[in-house]
Write a protein of this length. Structure first.
Length: 199
């Protein structure tokens, strides 16, 4: 009888341990942070390209920002230059930051042939988000939100979500790889509008 009870306890312990392992694996997968971050902005429409599904908005600081527009946005044809709008969008992803080469300094901005994978539940005819490479100056950082602001070579300002925490310092003890005032070459995606309405 004692032997059966001992085997039962051991068996229960093994099952419990297996359950905990599976549970922890599930938590690990589910808790993985998404690189995509959504924001909302109010702005004025400068230009709309219906065929390319691209829109240029001017924000409150007079920065002109070019957005891709998700195929699921069905009212783009109702938006025209001069309209004041409210847009929900996925922030640009930054996939690479490093010191620029002399050749890159001579061509400080270019559209790349490659595209980035779209956020979940989004769709574009091109199949992915356009990517760009620019020699730009770091004009602002937010370690908590992992956001970086750049002033581009054409005088434009753009914000990106960092995909490498070490760029801004993973914690307070880690020295950030970049700081305000640095000139770097940055590879980044278009921001992607997922909802837009007239004000």
């Amino acid at each position: 009888m004692k032997r059966k009870r001992g085997l039962l306890i051991i068996g229960t312990g093994v099952l419990l341990a297996a359950f905990v392992m599976v549970f922890m694996q599930g938590v690990s997968v589910a808790a993985g942070p998404s690189p995509w971050q959504t924001k909302t902005m109010m702005g004025d429409v400068i230009e709309v390209d219906l065929d390319a599904r691209v829109i240029v908005l001017k924000d409150a600081l007079n920065n002109e920002i070019t957005f891709a527009v998700d195929d699921n946005v069905k009212n783009l044809e109702e938006i025209a230059a001069g309209d004041s709008v409210v847009a929900d969008y996925y922030v640009s992803l930054c996939t690479d930051i490093r010191k620029p080469t002399e050749e890159e300094k001579e061509t400080p901005w270019m559209e790349l042939d490659e595209t980035a994978e779209l956020p979940p539940m989004c769709s574009l005819k091109a199949g992915g988000l356009k990517m760009y490479r620019a020699v730009a100056t770091v004009s602002g950082t937010d370690r908590f939100l992992q956001m970086i602001q750049f002033k581009g070579p054409r005088g434009n300002v753009f914000n990106v979500k960092a995909t490498n925490p070490s760029w801004l310092g993973g914690d307070e003890k880690q020295e950030p790889m970049i700081k305000v005032g640095d000139t770097v070459v940055v590879t980044y995606t278009d921001p992607l509008i997922i909802s837009i309405t007239k004000k």
